[in-house]
Design a protein around this ligand. Structure first.
Ligand code: PMP
Length: 459
């Protein structure tokens, strides 16, 4: 239509898009999304899509929740903005902090707000450094993270991220970090190595790195309970228990990055609860407000808080915080969103609908193009391979995945391809019919992608 064409033209001449091949974008133009309703979004031609990736892994309550609109409107009228610098506060941020402490596992009793997951992880780095300086151990600064982990794109959080395209030509990492092997058995297990042997090898590797570098230099281990943006990779059995034990043994803080897993995505309240470990610091965002407002919250232990608080007395202030830390409209929306998640038992819904989705997708796992189907709750990945028996990836990696992603648009399903892994992460309000429709569409996407692969002679 005229509107979509003119919008698309304007966009091409103005914007550099995140995570976009700019030159390809100039040729193709954007898919302009105009409105949302429940689990669906609509483009400017009126075409309807099931949002199989919940926007970007985040819109839990769906795209048209009136209670969140009202919460934002009410707060905009009452007090659209105030800060929390220098002993100020406002009600929504106080109430949301209380709610977070109530909902998160025991031992996480303090909260710091930022506007994004990246800012939150940058803040984690600074909290940990500040704490260790306050405790008189300035050499304890290094982070352990994992290859293919995703923790954001600011200079520090981007350093923690373990994906090549987030480092390449950005001169990252710039903070002291060691990336350990990605705990994904299908891709990183050695030939003939069982999952248990793989887990043992990864834990031995972690211990070896800690011993080699010296535990007195290692401040924290950060990880997503289930690695999402790097390709939807659940950890092997026993992995997190082992990592937790190593952290305790060597006095290393354990940070659970729950930006995607938090508030029910895996069918449990939090990813750390799902896998049975207790972090010292938890990072949440996205589902915290269903992404209606930009907001993230770091929830952490009294031990971390105390060391920091004592030090502020020495320096005179805590020299960190953003203009929008705990923004009243964002925190008001977050509070209402968490109430909705509880009242409607969306975590239970994620467990039930998640089981149905995993089962449906596993049936598609028989398709010759599918190497592995993986996930937990309402997040899943299907990895496309050139040879199912040998797990040989396509060459180049990502071309088949990109094709499947585009066929998805034609079929009315929005997914994401991480290389050749097709990622699904639908809103938490999905029904059985929605799940069946998503699985049905995924089946058609596979068929059409297989035809294209055969036509192209891609191998
Ligand atoms: N951590 C994780 C686990 C994430 O998935 C993301 C975003 N996808 C971030 C951090 C960064 O969040 P943001 O994009 O809000 O900066």
């Amino acid at each position: 239509t005229k509107l979509s064409n003119s919008l698309a033209q304007a966009d091409i001449s103005t914007a550099l898009h995140p995570y976009t091949n700019a030159r390809r974008h100039e040729e193709k133009g954007p898919l302009v999304i105009e409105r949302g309703e429940g689990v669906h979004v609509f483009d400017t031609t009126g075409k309807r899509y099931i949002e199989g990736l919940a926007g970007l892994w985040s819109v839990g309550v769906g795209f048209s929740e009136p209670r969140l609109v009202e919460a934002a409107h009410r707060q905009m009228q009452a007090l659209p903005y105030y800060h929390s610098f220098a002993h100020k506060a406002h009600e929504p941020s106080i109430r949301l902090a209380e709610k977070l402490i109530e909902m998160t596992p025991q031992g996480l009793d303090r909260v710091f707000f930022t506007s994004s997951g990246s800012e939150a992880n940058d803040t984690v780095v600074k909290l940990v450094w500040y704490m260790n300086n306050a405790l008189g151990r300035p050499e304890k600064k290094k982070f352990l993270a994992r290859t293919k982990g995703y923790h954001g794109i600011t200079v520090a959080s981007g350093s923690l991220t373990g994906l090549p395209y987030n480092h390449m030509d950005f001169d990252l990492p710039v903070i002291p970090v060691s990336h350990l092997t990605c705990p994904h058995h299908y891709r990183f297990g050695h030939e003939g190595e069982s999952e248990a042997e793989f887990t043992a090898r990864l834990l031995a590797e972690a211990e070896e790195v800690i011993e080699r570098e010296g535990p007195e230099t290692i401040a924290a281990f950060i990880g997503e309970p289930l690695m999402a943006a790097g390709g939807v990779m659940p950890p092997p059995e026993g992995y997190w228990k082992g990592i937790e034990a190593l952290c305790r043994k060597h006095d290393i803080l354990l940070v659970s990055d729950e930006v995607i897993c938090g508030f029910g995505r895996l069918g449990s309240s939090f990813g750390c609860v799902h896998y049975g470990f207790s972090p010292d610091i938890m990072v949440t965002s996205k589902q915290l407000t269903s992404s209606y407002m930009p907001l993230a919250a770091i929830v952490f232990s009294e031990k971390v808080y105390d060391a920091i608080a004592d030090n502020t007395a020495r320096i005179g202030t805590f020299g960190h915080g953003f203009t929008a830390s705990g923004h009243p409209v964002a925190t008001a929306v977050g509070l209402e969103n968490l109430r909705i998640i509880e009242e409607r038992d969306l975590i239970g819904n994620a467990a039930r609908m998640g089981a149905r989705m995993q089962e449906g997708l596993r049936r598609l796992g028989d398709h010759p193009l599918v190497g592995e189907v993986r996930g937990a709750g309402l997040i899943a990945g299907l990895e496309l391979v050139a040879d199912k028996a040998t797990k040989r990836p396509f060459d180049p990696v990502g071309k088949a995945g990109l094709m499947a992603f585009e066929i998805g648009h034609e079929e009315g399903l929005i997914i994401r391809n991480v290389g050749d892994t097709l990622a699904l992460c639908p809103p938490m309000i999905v029904t059985e019919d929605d799940i069946d429709e998503i699985v049905g569409k995924m089946g058609r996407i596979l068929e059409r992608t297989a035809d294209w692969v055969a036509q192209e002679g891609l191998a």
